[in-house]
Design a protein around this ligand. Structure first.
Ligand code: GLN
Length: 573
């Protein structure tokens, strides 16, 4: 029996069509940061390997409307979608693992849900009723999930067959309570046979003999069951594989059959996680629970395994060092997509990637201040690198150090990629040191600079921060028949990449900059806004105003990043 309230059903043309939408709901317990996102993405890979079209929804129970206003220090990178949605970085995991393009609607937050309900109340949609968390908020959540699950996401315009829903936070948090309640009700809305609840938990290892402790898992499952949800599968994060005794104990205390207690022990790389889950029968259990056929051969999973093993094999390969000059360098989550794009590119050039993080304040003598040792160490790292990357960023801190890194790369023929802020930095450096505009700067860092090399874009709001940047995918036509970046992109006429910025290269200076050799080989459709930069006579000194990292895939690395890696290992681009 198929329940699909208010949703127009289109026929699926996946290789393994299902009778109606299947939902896998992933919750988490004990503590955050257990890898719920990777688990949920890996389950998506298994569903896809069975021939289903798969999409994903991430629920973030915070009050912000979206992640756009959140600090990367606190919350990791802000991921940007095609439609300009500024969302949680887990959406990036889904896009990369499942090779889909999601919409901002695929990230549900408490802020968005309440905003919708309040707007409906103001319109009078609730016909005089008292508007309450139950049923109005919980209904809104369910309608939202069901609607979004049906949005085509794999580029073929077809409705998905399955949707993986990840609930952020841990079960028991006050914030997530309405979502848990909505998901509990949801199983009856769409039919229990179409829903599989997966709970991700932790099995800590304690004591001299390394005993696997089950109590935290017992408690979190008790909490979840107390809220009316019986998990069908438990994914247990642990350092080493679960021993049989642990599995039996978890099964006995948590009301889950032993074969549905899955060991998610530390893996050599994240691409091994779907393989690890599959080897414990997860795909088979999903097919039984949700009623779809599991083909005897799954070529996609075989290819996936080849990729995962290739990544392992690179551990013994020659290293390639990329110095990444930023200001959130202590927190790799802040640059997650950048790291992924570099990793994907390293798979293609068959090198072991080493990212040398350089805190940009330490490159600049003035800001390194009282720490000359850190200053010297930062320069040593920069000079020893095979390539240099200046990623995106906001605010003045560390700017001078980044400018010095760009100068070093330009003058010494070191491969360089500047992304968004990185392109702006390279432009400022060029204006200062090649054009002789000594005080060249961005008006973001010096409002009164006499040489504004980078300026505020006229259409951007000066009063509202949320969702007001130049955001999302915009086409960038190439202006030259032949240039490095066009070759890297396969000779296409234009690229479609994702943006997130407020400032741009000053249109009034473009002529002067270009005649000195720094060319903007791609501009926006008006032909005025600089998008892609290349320096003449340098092995690889390029920049993009957009963020190419957001569209990188393990088997299709982002071309500008691949170019950086190629140039860094000595392959001509
Ligand atoms: N701060 C710069 C701007 O707003 C760069 C933004 C970025 O790197 N994402 O234009």
């Amino acid at each position: 029996m198929c329940f699909r309230a208010n949703v127009e059903i289109q026929e699926s043309t996946a290789s393994n069509p299902v009778d109606c939408m299947k939902y896998v709901i992933v919750t988490g317990g004990v503590l955050s940061g257990l890898g719920k996102g990777v688990t949920a993405s890996s389950i998506g890979v298994l569903l896809k390997s069975a021939g289903l079209r798969v999409t994903a929804v991430k629920i973030d129970p915070y009050l912000n409307s979206d992640a756009g206003t959140m600090s990367p220090f606190e919350h990791g990178e802000v991921f940007v979608l095609d439609d300009g949605g500024e969302v949680d970085l887990d959406l990036g995991n889904y896009e990369r693992f499942l090779d889909v393009c999601l919409t901002s609607e695929n990230n549900i937050t408490t802020g968005k849900v309440y905003d919708n309900v309040i707007q409906k109340e103001r319109r009078g949609d609730y016909l005089g009723k008292t508007v309450q968390v139950i049923p109005h908020i919980t209904n809104e959540i369910q309608e939202w999930i069901e609607r979004v699950a049906h949005i085509p996401s794999d580029g073929n315009g077809k409705v998905p067959d399955a949707c993986v829903i990840e609930l952020g936070g841990t079960v028991g948090d006050i914030e997530s309570a309405p979502f848990i309640e909505a998901l509990r009700q949801f199983q009856f809305r769409v039919g229990q046979d179409n829903v599989c609840f997966v709970h991700v938990s932790l099995i800590p290892v304690m004591g001299p003999v390394g005993e696997q402790k089950t109590k935290p898992t017992q408690h979190t499952v008790k909490d979840l069951r107390g809220l009316g949800i019986n998990p069908h599968m438990l994914v247990c994060r642990s350092q080493s594989p679960l021993i049989d005794e642990t599995r039996q104990k978890v099964s006995a205390f948590c009301h889950v059959p032993p074969e549905a207690v899955i060991s998610a022990h530390d893996a050599s790389n994240i691409y091994q996680v779907p393989i690890m889950l599959d080897s414990q029968g997860v795909a088979g259990m999903l097919s039984e629970r949700l009623g779809f056929k599991l083909p005897s051969k799954r070529p996609m999973l075989e290819r996936w395994k080849v990729m995962a093993d290739h990544v392992d094999s690179l551990e013994d390969a020659k290293e390639v060092h990329i110095a990444t000059v930023g200001k959130y360098t202590g927190l790799s989550d802040s640059y997650l997509s950048v790291i992924k794009a570099l990793q994907h590119s390293s798979f293609k050039v068959n090198r072991k990637l080493v990212i040398d993080w350089i805190e940009s304040t330490e490159l600049d003598e003035e800001t390194a201040g009282t720490d000359p040792e850190a200053h010297a160490a930062a320069w040593e790292l920069l000079k020893a690198a095979d390539g240099i990357l200046v990623p995106g960023g906001f605010g003045i801190r560390g700017i001078e150090g980044k400018i010095k890194a760009a100068e070093y790369a330009r003058e010494n023929g070191v491969p360089f990629l500047g992304v968004c802020l990185g392109l702006q930095i390279a432009t400022i450096e060029f204006c200062r040191n090649v054009l002789g505009l000594e005080r060249a700067n961005s008006t973001e860092f010096d409002e009164d600079t006499p040489n504004p090399a980078v300026v505020f874009m006229p259409e951007i709001s000066k009063t509202h921060m949320g969702g007001t940047m130049r955001l999302g995918t915009k086409p960038t036509p190439f202006l030259l028949d032949d240039c490095k970046m066009r070759r890297l992109y396969g000779g296409v006429d234009y690229v479609n990449e994702r943006h997130r910025h407020r400032y741009e290269v000053n249109p009034e200076l473009i002529g002067q900059i270009e005649s000195a050799g720094l060319k903007y080989v791609g501009k926006d459709e008006t032909g005025e806004r600089c998008e892609i930069m290349e320096l003449e006579g340098h092995p690889y000194f390029v920049g993009t105003q957009y963020h190419p990292e957001f569209k990188s895939r393990p088997d299709k690395p982002s071309p500008p990043y691949l170019g950086l890696l190629k140039a860094s290992v000595g392959i001509e681009v």
